[in-house]
Design a protein around this ligand. Structure first.
Ligand SMILES: Nc1ncnc2c1ncn2[C@@H]1O[C@H](COP(=O)(O)OP(=O)(O)OP(=O)(O)O)[C@@H](O)[C@H]1O
Ligand SMILES: [Mg+2]
Length: 230
């Protein structure tokens, strides 16, 4: 098994002629958890979209579990174990919670397994997803991706726009997921304290460049704040 589940090596990428990421290096250790932090517009979502294959790279390479996937389309990366939870609690609002989950699998035991991780959803199965709270929709969106049994789970700001009391719940689930040995997690997160508690490696992205990287843990708080102030 390679040491890293995901690697971006010298990645420059963007939209059309306008580049957003410049010579970006990111390493996500196998079985570990890494965080990307940075201000609004720094390029965090773009970086994740490069990892998923939704934004092509201008130069550099993307390695998934040691394999060069730089030119590989997203669905083939998903087949290799990549799961992506986009920013914004996406779900199908007219479909119920259960129907949203059944888009991935109708095997009841598999659905029950993710409901163990998100017990709050168990009481909301027949409710249209559009009527769920932001926090509940976020849980649904993570649950749906977990049903695909990813080896690498990529989460884009899972606590964004969610009431503070629910943020703690979501943080707890993510912290649990990162402790599961069979799952590698890459997380974009504005809550620096939580991101450092939940991960063992961080990268700070500012204006499309990595300005700081290191081991996670709360000891890194000052380093991260300094890198973010650049
Ligand atoms: N589809 C697109 N076409 C053109 N430019 C884009 C596109 N998506 C994002 N951008 C630009 O790329 C830059 C980085 O955006 P990105 O969404 O990656 O930032 P972010 O760090 O995720 O921000 P936030 O914290 O607000 O989610 C921004 O200047 C944005 O306007
Ligand atoms: Mg973003």
């Amino acid at each position: 098994m390679p040491d890293s589940m995901l690697e971006l090596v010298g990645v420059t990428a963007g939209y059309g002629r306008s580049m957003v990421l410049f010579d970006v290096d990111v390493v996500v250790p196998s079985g570990g958890a890494a965080a990307i932090m940075g201000h609004n517009g720094a390029g965090k979502t773009t970086l994740l979209r490069v990892a998923v294959g939704l934004v092509p790279v201008r130069s550099g390479r993307v390695l998934l579990d040691g394999e060069d996937v730089t030119r590989m389309v997203p669905n083939r990366r998903v087949a290799r174990g990549l799961g992506y939870v986009p920013q914004g609690q996406l779900c199908f609002p007219q479909m119920t919670t259960l129907e949203n989950l059944q888009l991935v699998t109708t095997v009841r035991s598999e659905i029950d397994e993710v409901l163990d991780t998100f017990p709050a959803l168990a009481d909301l199965l027949s409710r249209p997803a559009g009527l769920l709270s932001g926090g509940q929709r976020q849980q649904l969106s993570i649950a749906r991706t977990l049903l695909t049994k990813p080896r690498l789970l990529i989460l884009d700001e899972p606590t964004e726009g969610i009431q503070p009391n629910v943020v703690a719940e979501i943080e707890e689930v993510i912290a649990d997921l990162t402790r599961r040995g069979d799952l590698t997690v890459l997380l974009v997160e504005q809550h620096v304290g939580f991101a450092l508690r939940a991960t063992d490696r961080y990268h700070v992205l500012e204006s499309g460049r990595i300005t700081g990287t290191g081991e996670g843990g709360e000891g890194a708080l000052d380093e991260v704040r300094a890198a973010m102030a650049v």
